[in-house]
Design a binder for this molecule. Structure first.
Ligand code: ARG
Length: 260
């Protein structure tokens, strides 16, 4: 995770971002610290990246890399405003002694567009990741990559439209309206029992959730998801990241998962 010390909305690269709307940085920091402390209270280890003044979106650390089996595929950002974040992540991984750290050739924004299940890597395309990054990830990780077409600019990253709830049982939740008809059919085929989210819950960025297989941390405004999650045996934990929503991100965007 990366604290939002320098979080700002000075440019707009997704429909949630309005540079005319003020951001309350102390509030953003408090909200972010609450999320970080929740993870720690649940027994998870959280490492922190050092934020940079010129990189206001660095708080969305999920975009900086994808880590599976301890192997790190770095990011290459679609927009110039975020390009320099990639090197910060690579440097962190190298400094931590990760042996396999690859700089990608094709555009991918880390876990923004890559979601990992036990069987597959689900990979979004349409707004950010290059379709060519899918083959690159498949080759690097040796896992089948399933390409999914995103069609609604509000759900510009896969992690705004779908969340993995249990990466051993391949349980997911998603908002169908974010996907092309063909990709919706693929999702139905792969995940016939998925939790299907409503438009209202997706619009509260409810799909931008992180699950450890039991606890599901998600934006508290996605009220329609809490009961269905409980019925499936999960413990939903609502989090208020209202300030970061102004950048188009929430729980998952702020969290890069290190899969060993
Ligand atoms: N402002 C950032 C962008 O548009 C938000 C990124 C959110 N991260 C995510 N994983 N969806 O790039």
């Amino acid at each position: 995770m990366c604290p939002p010390e320098h979080f700002k909305v000075t440019y707009s690269i997704n429909p949630w971002m309005d540079p005319g709307k003020p951001v309350d940085v102390p509030l953003a920091l408090t909200q972010w610290e609450t999320l970080r402390d929740r993870y720690r209270a649940l027994g998870h280890t959280v490492d922190e990246l050092v934020p940079h003044a010129g990189l206001p979106d660095m708080v969305f650390s999920a975009n900086g890399a994808t880590v599976i089996d301890g192997r790190v595929l770095g990011a290459r950002f679609a927009h110039a405003e975020r390009a320099e974040e990639a090197a910060e992540h690579l440097a962190w991984f190298r400094g931590q002694g990760f042996a396999e750290v690859a700089e990608p050739v094709h555009i991918n924004e880390g876990e923004g567009d890559f979601a990992v299940t036990s069987s597959w890597i689900l990979a979004g395309r349409g707004f950010r990741a290059s379709p060519l990054s899918h083959g690159e990830a498949q080759e690097f990780f040796g896992r089948p990559v399933i390409g999914l077409d995103l069609v609604d600019p509000r759900y510009y990253h896969l992690d705004t439209a779908l969340a993995v709830l249990d990466d051993e049982a391949d349980d997911v939740m998603y908002f169908p309206g974010a996907f092309s008809p063909g990709s919706q059919a693929v999702l139905r085929r792969l995940f016939p029992d998925a939790l299907i989210a409503s438009e209202a819950d997706a619009a509260a960025l409810g799909m931008n959730a992180v699950s450890d297989g039991l606890h599901v941390l998600l934006p508290q405004g996605a009220v329609g998801l809490f009961e269905p999650l409980r019925e499936r045996g999960y413990e939903p934990v609502g989090v208020d990241l209202g300030e970061l929503l102004k950048g188009g991100g929430s729980v998952k965007c702020c969290t890069q998962e290190l899969r060993s």
